[in-house]
Design a protein around this ligand. Structure first.
Ligand code: PLP
Length: 398
């Protein structure tokens, strides 16, 4: 191994707190491509797990961050700031009614924590309903909404009043929501759980049932929101208006951010001092967020996500392979469900210059930057085809 690579990996292993074992050291990126320290190029369908929405090294984003860093990096919520004001205005405009207020934080977990706290005070109720296979984050509150025992068991007891229901099962949801339910929390497209889009009927029923029983509908769009599905919110594609929507990941193109969007009625329920954040809504993150919103509009990245997503889906579905059970997703959020463990395939794709991530044990997930090009999409399909056919040949060997 190159000594420069070995040194970095040894330092990370010795002093870092990551629970992963990286084998490559990355140095820079450009658009949908990233380069390791040895100059190897990769098409980045990991994108920081769906974060690098407007591409690596995006000139507009870089300029916005540099300009804002020189002007003012921090400004607490107790003081006004023009960049923050403009960002929340544009965010709410894009999200559409009834989402007219935004609480800004620094991550998806925090955005979900805030969503739950607001739901509890807005309804005066204490029970929550969440879905099996869902993932809401790793802080204790967000973890309480995550059913997977592998994530939660070492930390139990968590927030106790959560009922888990099978995802996309209308009758189970109807049975679980009652007059004690504060909120139903769902990802329109489950990400970590294996890239499972909800059916249209299911999300609409979730809206109806919550409304009928006085509960709130919280949509966790941390992964699928901010343009990834070809709409600003995945909820727009479903024709569903939630009371609260959470965003993070791609919203500021890589600068840490979380946003909890809500209606006026929900926002007004929080008592003074009931919630807050030191770093949330800092002008640096807001300037980055504004640059992302400008890129989405100026370069029609929603249109590109929709178009490239269709092309990628068609290409991947066109691969005939005994290894593949299903290819599914929406826009540029795509999962390839395999008949075996996904990790060796992620390693195989990486060796061929394609970065992907797993989503559960047997799904390979692709979350490329929304700036991905036709040529890059075709290259992805070709790499996936080659790797799958090599794996099939290896399997066929005696
Ligand atoms: N919600 C969803 C749907 C996610 O996919 C994630 C992260 O993967 C989170 C919440 C947690 O976000 P973060 O890691 O920024 O805290």
């Amino acid at each position: 191994m190159n000594p420069a690579v070995a040194d970095v990996l040894a330092l990370e292993a010795r002093h870092g707190s990551t629970l992963f074992e990286p084998s490559i050291v990355f140095e820079r990126g450009e658009g949908a491509l990233v380069y390791d320290v040895e100059g190897r190029e990769y098409i980045d369908c990991a994108a920081g797990i769906g974060v690098a929405s407007v591409g690596h090294g995006n000139p507009r984003l870089v300029r916005a961050i540099a300009d804002q860093a020189a002007r003012l990096i921090t400004c607490p919520p107790s003081q006004g700031n023009r960049v923050r004001a403009e960002f929340v205005r544009r965010l709410c405009e894009l999200a559409g009614p009834p989402l007219s207020r935004a609480f800004l934080s620094n991550s998806g977990s925090e955005a979900n924590e805030a969503a739950v706290k607001w739901a509890l005070v807005a309804t005066g109720r204490r029970r929550l309903v969440a879905a099996h296979r869902g993932f809401a984050g790793r802080t204790l509150g967000a973890l309480s909404l995550t059913a997977n025992p592998a994530y939660r068991r070492p930390f139990e007891p968590l927030y106790p009043e959560v009922t888990f229901v099978p995802f996309d099962d209308a009758s189970a949801l109807e049975a679980a929501v009652d007059e004690q339910t504060a909120a139903v929390v769902l990802e329109p497209i489950q990400g970590e759980g294996g890239v499972h889009p909800a059916s249209r009927e299911y999300l609409r029923l979730a809206r109806q049932v919550t409304r009928d029983r006085g509960a709130l509908l919280i949509l966790d769009e941390v992964q699928c929101g901010a343009g990834r599905t070809g709409r600003f919110l995945a909820a727009h594609g479903y024709g569903v208006e939630a009371d609260i929507v959470t965003l993070a990941k791609g919203l500021a193109g890589g600068v840490p951010i979380g946003a909890t969007l809500m209606s006026d009625a929900v926002a007004g329920a929080m008592p003074r001092g009931g919630h807050g954040s030191t770093f949330g809504g800092n002008p640096l993150a807001c300037a980055a967020g504004l640059a992302v919103l400008d890129e989405l509009r100026g370069r029609d990245l929603l249109g590109n996500a929709a178009q490239m997503g269709k092309r990628l889906m068609r290409g991947l579905r066109g691969i005939e392979s005994s290894q593949v059970r299903e290819v599914r997703g929406m826009g540029l959020m795509i999962g390839i469900e395999l008949r075996q463990r996904a990790a060796p395939f992620v390693a195989g794709f990486r060796a061929r210059g394609l970065l992907t991530v797993t989503a559960g044990p047997n799904v390979v997930r692709l979350l490329p930057p929304l700036v991905i090009t036709t040529e890059q999409v075709d290259a992805i399909v070709s790499i996936v085809r080659q790797e799958l056919s090599t794996a099939a040949m290896a399997e066929a060997l005696p």
